[in-house]
Design a protein around this ligand. Structure first.
Ligand SMILES: C[S@@+](CC[C@H](N)C(=O)[O-])C[C@H]1O[C@@H](n2cnc3c(N)ncnc32)[C@H](O)[C@@H]1O
Length: 223
C-alpha cells in the first residue's frame, strides 16, 4: 500500500466517497454556527506549525469548531494538506434527548440527527472544503479502515466519546494509525473518563504524556 498516495486529500475523497460530499451542496439553509468546545485554542496552530503535518485526523468534530481551526492552520502552511474528520454526527451519550439544549441539540429531523449538515455548511462558509474530508463513521470502524488501507497520520486529535472505555479504544486504535513520531492529543482532561483512560493507556504502554492548560493531553509516538 502506498501510504504517500492515500494520505492525499483527493485519494481519500475518492476512496471514502462515491461522490464528492461538497458537490452540489447548498450551505445557505445553515448559517455559520461554530458552537463547540475548546476548539479555538492557539494550541492547535502551535502543534501544526511545529509538526507541519500532511495528514491530520480528528476524532469527534461536532459542528467543526476545532476542525476549522486546524484546517486554517494547515492552509497557512501551504496546499496539499488534509484533515479527515471522523464523527458519527450522532452525538455522545450526554447529547441524547437534549432537544432544548442549544449546545447539544442534535437537530433531529424525522427521527434522525441532522447536525452533520451544519458541520458541512460551516466548512464551506469558512472556506475549508479544500482541506477537510468528512468521514461519517464510528471512531473504531474508521480506525479499522485506516489500518486496512495503510493510512497513517502525522497528528491525531481525539475528542469523541468521553467515556473511559471508549477513550481507551480510541487511544488503542489511533496509536496504531499514528505514524512513528506523530502526536496524539485530546480535549477535556477534566472529564474523569478521559483522564483515567489517558493515564491507564500511558501506563500500560510506557508512554509519557503531558498536559497543556490542564485541559488538553498530549503524547508522542516514538519515532
Ligand atoms: C465533544 S464533541 C466534539 C467537539 C469538537 N471537537 C469541537 O471543536 O467542538 C464529541 C463528538 O464526538 C462524536 N462521537 C462520540 N462518540 C463517537 C464515536 N464512538 N465515534 C465517532 N464519533 C463519536 C459526537 O457525535 C460528537 O460530535
Amino acid at each position: 500500500m502506498n501510504t504517500a498516495t492515500i494520505a492525499s486529500r483527493p485519494e481519500l475523497l475518492r476512496r471514502l466517497h462515491h461522490v464528492d460530499p461538497y458537490e452540489g451542496f447548498d450551505p445557505s439553509p445553515w448559517p455559520l454556527d461554530l458552537q463547540g468546545w475548546n476548539g479555538q485554542s492557539p494550541f492547535f496552530a502551535e502543534l501544526i506549525d511545529a509538526l507541519d503535518p500532511q495528514l491530520v485526523i480528528e476524532v469527534g468534530t461536532w459542528k467543526g469548531q476545532s476542525a476549522v481551526t486546524m484546517a486554517k492552520a494547515l492552509q497557512r502552511r501551504g496546499p496539499g494538506r488534509a484533515l479527515v474528520c471522523v464523527d458519527t454526527w450522532l452525538g455522545a451519550v450526554e447529547f441524547i434527548g437534549k432537544h432544548d439544549d442549544p449546545e447539544r441539540a442534535l437537530g433531529m429531523t424525522h427521527g434522525y440527527p441532522g447536525v452533520y449538515y451544519q458541520f458541512l455548511a460551516n466548512v464551506v462558509h469558512e472556506g475549508c472544503d479544500d482541506v477537510i474530508v468528512p468521514f461519517a463513521q464510528t471512531s473504531v470502524n474508521a480506525a479499522r479502515w485506516f489500518l486496512q488501507h495503510g493510512v497513517q497520520a502525522d497528528l491525531i486529535y481525539i475528542d469523541g466519546s468521553h467515556e473511559e472505555n471508549d477513550v481507551l479504544f480510541d487511544l488503542t486504535y489511533y496509536w496504531q494509525v499514528a505514524k512513528p513520531g506523530a502526536v496524539l492529543f485530546g480535549d477535556d482532561l477534566g472529564w474523569s473518563g478521559v483522564h483515567a483512560a489517558v493515564a491507564s493507556f500511558a501506563a500500560q504502554n510506557g508512554v509519557e504524556w503531558r498536559t497543556r492548560d490542564g485541559n488538553y493531553w498530549v503524547m508522542r509516538k516514538p519515532g
